[in-house]
Design a protein around this ligand. Structure first.
Ligand SMILES: Cc1cc2nc3c(=O)[nH]c(=O)nc-3n(C[C@H](O)[C@H](O)[C@H](O)COP(=O)(O)OP(=O)(O)OC[C@H]3O[C@@H](n4cnc5c(N)ncnc54)[C@H](O)[C@@H]3O)c2cc1C
Ligand code: FES
Length: 276
């Protein structure tokens, strides 16, 4: 038990087994790491890009024939350096960290926007395995930027529901993922809503679910440095996203509602506005 806890904290260097291009700005990096095989959907790893930085990334596959992956959107220095990596290059992995999603049987509504879909895809797979009913809203700015479209079509075909939304109407319904989710909550009874993506989308989904008293699990993003609850960089209200989250249930979301979608700390600890 302690051995595994300590091992989780230790940086393991692993070769990249495969790199898959998902969209013009997003790639999946597949690697093998024994400790990640027993991760829960929604947990994250700290990915070390040698010489550059260490950044938090959700596991986007867990134990697919012994391999795991992270799916990375290129936004800045570390993710750009990661995107330059090829099969065989070395990265470092610490974790998995955080609580992850709690699997609830019954009818689940999963609402993913942009790169947030990375954390929800393994959740959808495990929910189906435990016999839950899955309705998945997959949202993106345009068809070309939808993450895991084919993977989710294959997974949900015949066993679940996939609703696609794009901001520009190039595929699926032209609206935000949260707008489609709100319509679905009106029409059907769901036992749990799971969401990951832009914070303003998650706030919208959470507020609507509150009207119907549907329990929500939302994966939050804050600036993660230590990942073990020590530095305070990821604080939201009285909680730390790195260890109390990243998945917040309705009770915790209510406790941080004053900050949710409004403010967060930046890399230097300054309070800034949440932009999306
Ligand atoms: C729990 C969690 C899971 C995440 N999962 C994914 C994922 O699966 N795929 C993905 O592409 N991104 C994910 N992210 C976001 C990812 O960590 C940032 O995009 C990345 O760190 C940016 O680093 P950069 O050097 O490329 O960009 P920078 O130019 O340094 O920063 C760009 C923006 O990224 C954010 N960021 C930078 N460093 C961090 C950090 N250490 N912690 C949190 N946010 C940071 C900040 O908002 C910053 O404004 C996740 C974040 C968290 C907190
Ligand atoms: S990242 Fe240091 S306390 Fe959360």
């Amino acid at each position: 038990m302690w051995g595994e806890r300590i091992e989780r904290l230790r940086m393991r260097t692993v070769p990249i087994e495969e790199v898959e291009l998902e969209t013009e700005d997003t790639k999946t990096f597949i690697f093998r790491d024994n400790i990640c095989l027993s991760a829960r959907p929604g947990q994250y790893v700290m990915v070390w890009v040698p010489g550059i930085d260490e950044v938090p990334m959700s596991l986007s596959t867990i134990n697919r024939r012994g391999a795991s992956s992270v799916t990375v959107r290129r936004v800045g220095e570390a993710t750009e350096a990661l995107h330059m990596k090829k099969k065989g290059d070395i990265i470092g992995i610490r974790g998995p960290f955080g609580n992850g999603f709690e699997l609830v049987k019954g009818r689940g509504l999963l609402v993913g926007g942009g790169i947030g879909v990375a954390a929800l895809a393994p959740l959808a797979e495990q929910l189906i395995t435990v016999g839950a009913e899955v309705s998945f809203v997959l949202g993106g700015r345009s068809k070309d930027l939808l993450i895991f479209l084919r993977r989710l079509e294959a997974l949900l075909s015949g066993v679940g529901e996939l609703v696609i939304t794009t901001d520009d109407g190039s595929y699926g319904t032209q609206c935000f993922a949260s707008t489609a989710a709100k319509e679905m909550m009106k029409e059907k009874c769901f036992d749990t809503v799971y969401t990951c993506g832009p914070e303003l989308m998650m706030v919208d989904v959470f507020k609507e679910a509150e009207k119907y008293r549907i329990p929500v699990q939302a994966s939050l993003e804050r600036f993660i440095k230590c990942s073990v609850g020590l530095c305070g960089s990821c604080a939201i209200g009285e909680f730390r996203v790195c260890v109390d989250g990243p998945v917040f249930n309705s009770e915790l979301l209510r406790a941080v509602v004053d900050e949710l979608g409004k403010t967060r700390l930046d890399a230097s600890g300054r309070r800034i506005k949440v932009e999306k």
